[in-house]
Design a protein around this ligand. Structure first.
Ligand SMILES: NC(=O)c1ccc[n+]([C@@H]2O[C@H](COP(=O)([O-])OP(=O)(O)OC[C@H]3O[C@@H](n4cnc5c(N)ncnc54)[C@H](OP(=O)(O)O)[C@@H]3O)[C@@H](O)[C@H]2O)c1
Length: 205
């Protein structure tokens, strides 16, 4: 697949590398794509740096990993190129949420309602993902979305990166994975994910 990574910082650049190792071609972005030389070098012949809208245009799937404060700006820069595009939101909201939505994920969805959003890859720090990646038993990566195509794409990508996708539920479930939710910072392997999710869902509303 072609993967567009919006926000090639600590998390985004790491995920970009794993996407390439998983057989995908990647376009990384920042507000200053000219500064992404080192990141692109690490991606070998399978990575390039592009402005946000061009990277989204290039992508079959977008990995969305800017810092939270810049997320609305990144969506604005992408503009209508996000329409109909599968977008995996790996951000964690900090500070007050925009628009009174109940999760960062739902806030972002409201800013680009034509995109096909999934929430995933946000619960654990990159160094933990690095440590667990590809190791048996595989680390579970929770996926939240209402949309079948977004679920399938997120699951494929997560598998290709060396983790086990685990469907947690629809968009409203994403709040469980964000800061303050019981799945945030929860390191769980695929065999225990069902029990951990069931417990998290018990106290949901
Ligand atoms: N780091 C982790 O281990 C980790 C783990 C799970 C989830 N997360 C979440 O992932 C998000 C990113 O975290 P991080 O630690 O990777 O942050 P980071 O190192 O600060 O990287 C954020 C990147 O986003 C880019 N960016 C900001 N605004 C942008 C825009 N409008 N368009 C394109 N790129 C833009 C920044 O580059 P420029 O300034 O050059 O634009 C920067 O490289 C956060 O929401 C965080 O909570 C992080």
């Amino acid at each position: 697949m072609h993967i567009g990574v919006i926000g090639a910082g600590q998390l985004g650049a790491t995920l970009a590398e794993w996407c390439v190792e998983g057989g995908h071609d990647v376009a990384v972005t920042s507000r200053h794509p000219e500064r992404l030389g080192d990141v692109v070098t690490h991606l070998g012949g399978h990575g390039t740096a592009l402005p946000v809208a061009e990277a989204v245009d290039f992508a079959d799937v977008v990995l969305f990993a800017p810092n939270w404060e810049s997320a609305p700006e990144a969506i604005e820069l992408a503009g209508t190129t996000l329409d109909g595009k599968i977008v995996i939101d790996a951000t964690n909201p900090t500070g007050p949420l925009l628009g009174g939505a109940t999760s960062g994920f739902e806030t972002l969805m409201s800013l680009a309602p034509q995109a096909h959003w999934a929430k995933a890859l946000n619960t654990l720090p990159a160094n933990v993902l690095q440590r667990r990646r590809g190791h048996d038993p595989l680390l579970a990566e929770f996926v939240c979305t209402d949309l079948r195509d977004a679920r399938q794409a997120a699951s494929t990508l997560i598998r290709d990166m060396g983790f086990a996708p685990f469907y947690a539920g629809g968009a409203e479930t994403a709040r469980l994975t964000e800061p303050g939710g019981p799945l945030q910072r929860t390191e769980v392997d695929v065999f225990h994910a069902k029990d951990v999710l069931a417990e998290a869902l018990t106290g949901r509303f």
